[in-house]
Design a protein around this ligand. Structure first.
Ligand SMILES: Nc1ncnc2c1ncn2[C@@H]1O[C@H](COP(=O)(O)OP(=O)(O)OP(=O)(O)O)[C@@H](O)[C@H]1O
Ligand SMILES: Nc1ncnc2c1ncn2[C@@H]1O[C@H](COP(=O)(O)OP(=O)(O)OP(=O)(O)O)[C@@H](O)[C@H]1O
Ligand SMILES: [Mg+2]
Ligand SMILES: [Mg+2]
Lengths: 166, 165, 165, 166
């Protein structure tokens, strides 16, 4: 299975609806100056896939990810992200050959999830991606500055890193 | 399930040793259980020696050597238990040009089995991309995605003419 | 002595705000006591907003923005309380080319008051050096110092022909 | 006052006696491939100036800094470092216009310090450099990967960073 598309609207610095199309296979590089939103893109993906810890999104509260304005634009009230996967290979725990996952959060803190248009719970998202390494905190994500922690300084901590992967 | 964990560990351990050798162009590294008798509780030990050097604590490794060793372990996990897509944010930050090159060549191999999306400031890594996305802020504080051609990047891997995008 | 601490803090705080503006080409930043009534016990708060952006928690800053903010604070301390010589090991690792350039220009200014010794992989930083030392390992595992001319470095800041040194 | 010269012999990867001459003022850049010894140079300086915590030198014990061999060379029994300062400005707490600090450590763990040829204690080294930012853990040193900690994540920790400086 592979990632087909990411759509973010209102997630952190992505005030405008922005689409990223991905190709099957291959290496996609995301480039650009400091502070322009590259890491935000990765955080959006983790957030849609169920990341619940604000600190893992460099935030204090989950609503911190909603675009909160610039000198020229007011804050937004809603943040939405959608990821589309090709599931021909049946890797994801569902019969659908294309899987579209959407997450929204409002200023109130209310958050909801949809899979192919149907409302689901966070637990369903987690079950869907179990074993793929793609869930929140999964080994498929290596955040900026964290590569060093793979060699965690003590043997017990290292084990924890390992267990998440295996 | 203990057996599954031990089997996965064995596979990762094997891949780690060979991927390390490939990334460093030699040397030797291994991971193993501190206490092989109790795999489920035991801590995990790592030994690594870059080519020509002696075995010593991995704390003594340089910044770039630590990154290469960590990348070897991460990719060993990918090989034992492939993820359909993987996302790496500036893992090449501490690498010099030669190490970046070896890292990229290995990344290219792994893209045969999985999709990789990588954030980087390194021109050399960008040159290996099959697809390049730029993220910029023409309006301050608001991100915008742009498709980028390799020719639009200057010698230092920066988008040379942002206004044209 | 409380007074001395408060005075130093005031000086650092003032320098921090102006050095930040210089490094970012704008924006605003300040450090202050959480509890100004008890300076000796109070924690220290930092607020920073890069140009065009709103104030938000400094945890939300990007990797490069965090480095620039940290450098502004470090250099504010240097300005309030100069050290005769300072040693910086790869502080520019997370910076893109424009930020590296602004960082280097400021470093140049500070070298008027203090000696700076800087480890770097960035060609742009190397170009500002008044003296360049290379450290290599022609014999594996044994370090050797070589004097390097800027012309000997290739486009990526690597010593192009190690064998000639 | 300024740094004039550093001599290392047997410190980590510097098996051979190696001299670094520094110019008054200006910017000196240290460059080279990964793992070749750049950070070791900075650690040698901190070690000579009295760094006592092995973890601050990426080590487990203080004797880990003694060159411990390669496939072609045997380990050494002694590690020695010397730093020469110009003290015309009188910044250092001494009448001497040139100050040469030497530290040695043997495999036994025995370590000694000399200033201008005379044996001194660690305390004397610390008094000599007090207030210059150059002592062990001083703000004149920014180790690799540690710039981020200047913005320590909580206000109390940040204060500790600050107090060391002021
Ligand atoms: N809720 C929000 N609303 C608007 N902007 C936000 C929000 N949260 C974070 N930001 C902004 O996003 C920017 C960080 O973006 P990001 O971390 O993606 O940068 P980057 O491209 O990865 O840069 P670097 O190369 O330095 O790592 C910060 O400047 C921050 O102010
Ligand atoms: N006691 C010792 N004897 C011999 N070699 C040692 C000793 N301690 C550390 N080393 C070696 O020193 C090397 C690390 O050097 P250093 O950290 O200075 O590299 P660096 O030039 O800073 O590289 P990078 O650019 O990756 O940060 C390691 O390969 C390590 O094996
Ligand atoms: Mg980033
Ligand atoms: Mg280093």
């Amino acid at each position: 299975m592979h990632l087909k598309r990411l759509i973010v609207h209102g997630f952190k610095s992505f005030a405008d609806r922005t689409v990223f199309d991905f190709e099957r296979g291959g290496l996609t590089c995301v480039v650009g100056p400091n502070g322009c939103g590259k890491s935000n893109v990765f955080e959006a993906i983790r957030w849609v896939l169920g990341e619940q810890r604000p600190t893992s999104l460099r935030s204090r509260e989950l609503t911190d990810v909603i675009f909160n304005g610039t000198v020229r634009r007011p804050p937004m009230g809603l943040c939405q992200g959608t990821i589309v996967f090709d599931n021909e290979s049946g890797t994801l725990q569902t019969d659908a050959t294309e899987v579209e996952v959407t997450r929204r959060v409002f200023r109130s803190g209310e958050t909801d999830y949809l899979v192919n248009g149907s409302p689901v719970r966070l637990k369903d998202i987690r079950d869907l991606f179990a074993g793929t390494g793609l869930g929140a905190g999964g080994y498929a994500f290596m955040e900026q500055g964290r590569i060093d922690q793979v060699l965690a300084s003590n043997a017990v901590e290292r084990r924890r890193v390992f267990e998440e992967a295996a | 399930s203990t057996q599954m964990f031990v089997d996965t560990f064995e596979a990762v351990s094997e891949h780690f040793s060979s991927i390390f050798r490939r990334l460093f162009g030699g040397g030797k590294a291994e991971i193993f259980f501190e206490d092989p008798a109790c795999p489920l509780e035991s801590g995990i030990e790592i030994k690594a020696r870059p080519p020509g050097k002696e075995f010593r604590s991995i704390t003594l490794l340089s910044g770039g050597e630590r990154t290469m060793t960590a990348v070897a372990l991460l990719f060993a996990i990918f090989r034992a238990h492939p993820a359909p897509c993987a996302f790496l944010d500036e893992v090449d930050a501490a690498l010099d040009e030669d190490n970046t090159e070896r890292f990229c060549l290995m990344l290219e191999d792994f893209t045969a089995e999985s999709q990789f999306v990588v954030v980087t400031h390194s021109k050399r890594t960008m040159e290996k991309a099959t697809l390049l996305y730029g993220v910029t802020m023409p309006e301050r504080g608001v991100s915008r995605r742009v498709a980028v051609q390799l020719e639009q990047l200057n010698a230092e891997g920066q988008i040379a003419d942002l206004a044209s995008l």
